[in-house]
Design a protein around this ligand. Structure first.
Ligand SMILES: Cc1cc2nc3c(=O)[nH]c(=O)nc-3n(C[C@H](O)[C@H](O)[C@H](O)COP(=O)(O)OP(=O)(O)OC[C@H]3O[C@@H](n4cnc5c(N)ncnc54)[C@H](O)[C@@H]3O)c2cc1C
Length: 580
């Protein structure tokens, strides 16, 4: 079944894998491992063991999370052909509002698009209608099932190393696998199960955070919160930051910091900045049908791998205070790549997978430094006011470079690594603008824009609206989320329709490779929702998976072939292009 050569153990045709934990890390591992194996023409089988039923309401179906799917992850998944369906998205977010004791400022997404998805990991909090198809974790498991994975509902109670494999014990049976993947989150019992078979593995360090779901009417959420995630930098002991995340009929409150307790939550809810956001008549304490104090990863695990075993997601290394689902994507995918293309022995995993975990850990060290400085600013109203003034000035100016706004945006939304953010915070122009704002006196207040509820990702274009225009400069790619677009070649006042593209197809790719003007105009055909993919995210995706470049070349070659065919028709028939 599996090949072994000089301590190197590799997956081969017929190899079996057990993934323990069907959260995002387990699902991303499975999805990509099956995809990579398929590309190699190798047939492997994957069983995913999951203790929870994500189709259930309340904590028994929930993985305790704020439910923000970051801007960068939404883009990377789109490029991989995973478009989060509209029904899974509770609300799409296009801005965030920074609150401090002295006022608030709205920071719009740099591209003015709805690029962040707020979701429920399970079916939703107590009191909501049961709709299993709306669960994000269920959706990811469904993708794995479609790729051929087998989902086994139930808890794994023990792991045992055999000479040629690992025994996985559950209530139903005991089965031997060639390779075992641990995406079990942060539960000590499950992690200790892995410690028993991974001699060098040391558990990740954790602290307690807080989540509650505040029940509100959809329209009220629209008028009080808009499509904005609200971030609070308030001087409340032990709270690094708080966030209110609007969903369809709930607002999720998340408090991150050091060992959050009920007294801290009460103190936070009593602040004017939080109370003023809700309807006056609302008693917050009476409106939370679900609340919990889940564990959060604050330091990575040591050696999350051994022969035939790898740990992924929170169980290995996450991102400090943000984008844990994005980190689960990074480690799940990296482990899949290492297992399929390199090997499943400790040495192979150490050389290919461990650097990815180390990179996440290194970034978190810089993150700790950023939050240390934030904490210092948080305690000083003078410095805090300066921060707010800088952001408001940038947001009100037409020719601003949005240095502070974009660095803060990335800090709280998880769109960038902490090292990159730190470099930007250190930029002389940002520091100069900040110092100038500290010593200026005016604080402008900008009222929150009120948005109607939206749950589509990307930008909605009306029929005939131009998305890219021939002859203009552009350096990003677009992925169609919903609807259709037409590609038009303009020539001497005449328009020739070159192609019609639909859901999950992309366009604008030439702008990524050439610093040249757009060769065609692209317009919406009916209503179309289109997501812009930043050059950086695209290149990162290609770096992670070179086969993406192959897919892109395949598509471009197909388009070239179609264009050639049309050209030869044109030469034969005189003029057979469809004129628009
Ligand atoms: C307060 C808070 C807010 C957060 N907000 C966000 C956010 O807004 N956005 C974001 O990206 N991240 C957020 N995170 C982080 C995010 O929740 C995690 O990083 C992410 O869930 C990690 O995914 P995972 O698959 O590694 O683990 P998990 O999501 O914990 O999944 C582990 C799975 O393993 C299963 N399991 C465990 N043991 C066994 C066993 N023995 N047998 C079978 N199954 C088992 C569990 O049932 C579970 O489904 C937040 C975290 C906290 C604590």
């Amino acid at each position: 079944m599996k090949r072994e050569s000089r301590n190197r153990i590799e997956l081969a045709d017929g190899s079996s894998i057990a993934v323990i934990g069907g959260g995002p890390a387990g699902s991303f591992f499975t999805y990509y491992a099956l995809g990579f194996a398929e590309r190699l023409g190798m047939s492997i089988s994957i069983d995913i063991y999951e203790a929870k039923d994500f189709g259930k309401i309340g904590s028994s179906g929930c993985n305790h999370c704020g439910g923000i799917v970051s801007e960068s992850l939404v883009q990377k998944l789109s490029v991989d052909g995973i478009l989060i369906p509209r029904e899974v998205i509770q609300r799409s977010i296009n801005s965030y509002t920074l609150h401090i004791e002295q006022g608030k400022a709205i920071i719009q997404t740099p591209s003015q698009e709805h690029r962040i998805a707020s979701v429920f990991r399970g079916c939703g909090p107590r009191g909501c209608t049961r709709q299993p198809e709306r669960s994000f974790d269920n959706y990811l498991l469904g993708l794995c099932q479609k790729k051929g994975a087998n989902i086994i509902r139930g808890k794994v109670s023990g792991l045992e190393r055999e000479e040629q494999g690992i025994l996985v014990k559950s209530k139903k049976d005991t089965k031997e696998y060639d390779f075992v993947v641990g995406g079990v989150g942060l539960g000590k019992k499950s992690l200790n199960m892995f410690k028993a078979i991974c001699p060098d593995f040391d558990l990740p360090k954790v602290t307690r955070a807080y989540i509650s779901e505040i029940s509100m009417k959809k329209e009220e959420i629209g008028s009080h919160f808009g499509d904005s995630m609200h971030v609070f930098l308030l001087d409340v002991p032990n709270v690094t930051f708080g966030a209110l995340i609007p969903k369809e009929n709930f607002v999720t409150l998340v408090l991150l910091g050091k060992d959050i307790k009920q007294e801290t939550v009460d103190r936070f809810l009593e602040t004017d900045e939080v109370k003023n956001l809700f309807p006056e008549s609302m008693v917050l304490k009476d409106s939370c049908p679900c609340k919990c104090f889940p564990l959060i990863n604050i330091r990575e695990a040591v050696s999350p791998y051994a022969d035939r075993v790898v740990m992924i997601g929170d169980s290995a290394s996450s991102k400090l205070y943000k984008n844990g689902i994005g980190a689960a994507y990074i480690s799940g995918r990296a482990a899949a790549k290492a297992a399929v293309f390199n090997g499943i022995d400790a040495r192979s995993l150490k050389s290919v997978y461990a650097p990815v975990c180390r990179d996440l850990a290194l970034d978190n060290r810089v993150g700790k430094l950023i939050f240390f400085v934030t904490k210092f600013i948080q305690k000083n109203s003078f410095l805090k006011k300066g921060l707010l003034r800088t952001v408001i000035k940038e947001q009100n100016s037409h020719n601003s470079k949005f240095l502070m706004s974009s660095a803060l945006w990335d800090t709280f939304t998880g769109s960038e690594g902490y090292r990159n953010i730190f470099k930007r915070f250190m930029s002389p122009s940002l520091i100069f603008n900040y110092l100038r704002s500290i010593f200026s006196s005016a604080v402008f207040s900008k009222e929150m824009q009120q948005h109607t509820s939206s749950n589509g990702i990307g930008h909605l274009y009306r029929n005939g609206e131009v998305i890219i225009e021939q002859g203009t400069l552009g350096d990003c790619l677009y992925v169609i989320q919903e609807g259709k677009v037409e590609v038009i070649l303009e020539n001497n006042d005449e328009e020739v329709k070159v192609a019609e593209l639909g859901k999950s197809e992309f366009f604008g790719e030439m702008g990524l490779f050439e610093s040249d003007v757009r060769s065609c105009t692209v317009r919406a055909l009916g209503e179309a929702t289109v997501l812009t993919i930043d050059k950086k995210n695209f290149y990162e995706s290609i770096q992670n998976d070179a086969s993406l470049a192959y897919r892109l070349l395949e598509k471009m070659s197909h388009r070239l072939r179609e264009a050639n065919l049309k050209l030869s028709n044109y030469q034969e028939d005189g003029y057979s292009y469809q004129k628009s």
